[in-house]
Design a protein around this ligand. Structure first.
Ligand code: TXA
Ligand code: MG
Length: 312
């Protein structure tokens, strides 16, 4: 059910959950001050309770009620990338943030979204927690129709059209005196070099230790179909479907689902989740996906998402 920005703001203030577009993906929003609505997010998504939520703010100034100091370099990052697809995990004044939102951690994740519509809502509603608006384990929602697919046509959603980035924010955290990427996202690792003076490493889970980003534990972005990443064309003859690029040649007997042009990773990122949902809508059983692309920039995020989606 499509709702206006004003209707959404009043639903949120009254303790309801509303789906909201952002420049990355649609979020399932609840007010930070509505514990029941926050609980409902976890049950709606079937999300494990040890997976914390991102707090979305209208502007970085609002952080002062949650933190009394910031890690080295934080101001430069906020100045360079907010509003935008960057999420920063920082130590917080735990008494000011519900435990459920932090999943009991001494830190919280924050983001100031770039989408004007999202920020207008945040001004009206106050801080919102928002995980991606999909059932846990399915591809994230990048259109209002995807939200309705997962949560039903009566679920309140602000229809903001297709998300520009189409892929989640990059999550970063300061640890052992350097910034580390906890989740690759719409902002490429190289984008940090002019701001930090180095490219943050991607933090994997250390053996025997809890992962820095609990969400990375779970199977993600997965279609029902068997998704097979390839860099060479397989020798097969019938019923072949491949997710590929518009500027590449595939054998005549292949059905090609177009991910975009291989020169523009932004295009592939924008289309990825819609494409993964499409192959399920069509009930395809086996689909190849062309991952013959570079190991740099946004391509790295794309490869990570595709490899995760293809894990059975
Ligand atoms: O682009 C996005 O980030 C979207 C839009 C709606 O803003 N949101 C999103 O939320 O992707 P979600 O819940 O699907 O992913 C948030 C990730 C999870 O993997 C979670 O574990 C991690 O952020 N996270 C949240 N708080 C954290 C914390 N304190 N420490 C480490 N990881 C945290
Ligand atoms: Mg998610």
């Amino acid at each position: 059910m499509h709702v206006s920005l004003d209707e959404a703001a009043s639903l949120l203030k009254n303790g309801h959950v509303v789906a909201v577009p952002t420049e990355t993906v649609y979020g399932l929003a609840a007010s930070l001050h509505q514990p029941k609505a926050i609980e409902r997010i976890f049950s709606l998504k079937k999300r494990p309770s040890n997976n914390p939520l991102i707090i979305h703010l209208a502007d970085a100034g609002q952080l002062s009620s949650f933190c009394d100091s910031f890690p080295h370099g934080f101001e430069s990052l906020a100045h360079a990338f907010w509003p935008g697809p960057l999420t920063v995990v920082i130590p917080v004044l735990v008494q000011n943030i519900p435990e459920k939102v932090r999943a009991g951690l001494p830190t919280a994740a924050f983001r100031v979204p770039a989408s004007l519509l999202t920020r207008q809502l945040l001004v009206a509603s106050g801080p919102l927690v928002m995980p991606s608006a999909n059932l846990s384990g399915t591809p994230s929602a990048t259109q209002a129709a995807h939200v309705e697919q997962d949560f039903g046509s009566n679920f309140p959603v602000i229809d903001g059209g297709e998300c520009i980035n189409g892929i989640e924010s990059t999550i970063i955290m300061y640890q052992e005196r350097i910034w580390k990427i906890l989740r690759l996202g719409a902002l490429s690792p190289e984008a940090f070099i002019p701001v930090l003076g180095y490219e943050p490493e991607t933090a994997g889970a250390d053996k025997g230790k809890a992962p820095l980003c609990p969400g990375q534990l779970y199977r993600h972005y997965a279609p029902m179909a068997r998704l097979i990443p390839i860099t060479k064309i397989p020798a097969e003859s019938s019923n072949i479907v491949i997710i590929g690029f518009s500027d590449r040649q595939y054998p005549d007997n292949y059905r090609v689902i177009n991910l975009g042009n291989s020169k523009y990773p932004e295009e592939a990122a924008h289309n990825l989740y819609t494409t993964l949902r499409q192959i399920d809508d069509e009930k395809l059983e086996k689909v190849y996906i062309d991952i013959h692309f570079p190991e740099t920039g946004l391509w790295r995020t794309l490869k990570e998402r595709i490899l995760k989606a293809s894990q059975s």
